[in-house]
Design a protein around this ligand. Sequence first.
Ligand code: TXA
Ligand code: MG
Length: 344
Amino acid sequence: MKIEEEYTIRGFYRKIIRLEKVEEEFTIEDSKEPFVIPTETVYGLAARIDSDYAIKKIFEIKGRPSDNPLIVHISSLDMLDLLIEGEIPNEYKRLMEVFWPGPLSLVFKANKTISKCICGEGSDTVAIRMPKNPMLLRLIDKIGVPLAAPSANRSGRPSPTSVQHSIEDLGDKVSVYVDGGVCEIGIESTVVGMVESMPVILRPGGVTLEALEEVLGRRVGLRNTIQLNEKVMCPGQKYKHYSPSVPVYLFKGEDWVEDMKRVGKELEGKLIGLMGTGDMRNKVCVAKYYNLGDDKKECSRHIFRGLIELEKTCDVIFIKAFSLEDEGLAIMDRINRATTTIIE
Ligand code: TXA
Ligand code: MG
């Protein structure tokens, strides 16, 4: 039985709209409550930014800490002008030309009219991005106001990259889901802010550090750990995240094959799922193998899917560390947060 049918039988109202049909089937009434949207990165739980009610409800549905600000999704540069204050930094202009629409969120000085729930208490900035999917941009146009949207999962859980994963996580807490198939990027947007006139990555994501540096022709900083007494630059980064319901073992050592065999023996009786790449399948014998793909781009697309699929059937998940170049930085950011045990 399909999930939609099962829920209808149990008496919940659920509207699932195919993205191609969203212009006709999505009504303004549907935008009064939070609803799930597909983006090229991950699925988002969206609220119109002019509805304090819907914005607050996002926090309630996700169980999200109230100090974690939201990313605002726009469909045009006219919308951007209404959200920010002051000049757009020149380096942002360059990044917007190259990466918008796309998986890059930029932190701007916020216009005073924007709800504190979006910027975060005590903060005067707002993170903004223009998502890539043309039909989603048309939906934002139709609604006529930008959408604030965190990932469409309960706080702490892996982000959904298909409508099915979002339904499994949020279920009947949300009644309107827009289905755009499987997300192309599979990992959230890169969040970039200006710190003392230097562009700094506050959360690694779909646009790599190397790509940003190439476009700007200068070094880009990276701040993904929050130190005590330091102003919190990206509140989301201080929380534990992306945790599946089973333990995740991260293998960092050169002798990872031997290490996996040894730890596998110690865990005798437990069903081990390995998220692997390339020819790893032939090197270690495990109950379940989830193939992330052959290169880092593919692996980043499948990382959340792998965690969500393996937790359904396995007792523990094994994964080998990636090097930090290119997509590896964002992949390791997510894996480090999902990990319960590190094997060095
Ligand atoms: O790809 C994405 O960015 C997805 C899709 C749905 O667009 N959204 C997403 O939202 O990942 P969320 O809420 O799961 O993560 C937003 C991150 C958090 O780490 C938050 O702290 C940071 O962005 N953030 C939001 N507003 C910020 C701001 N004004 N300054 C610094 N960091 C901010
Ligand atoms: Mg999230």
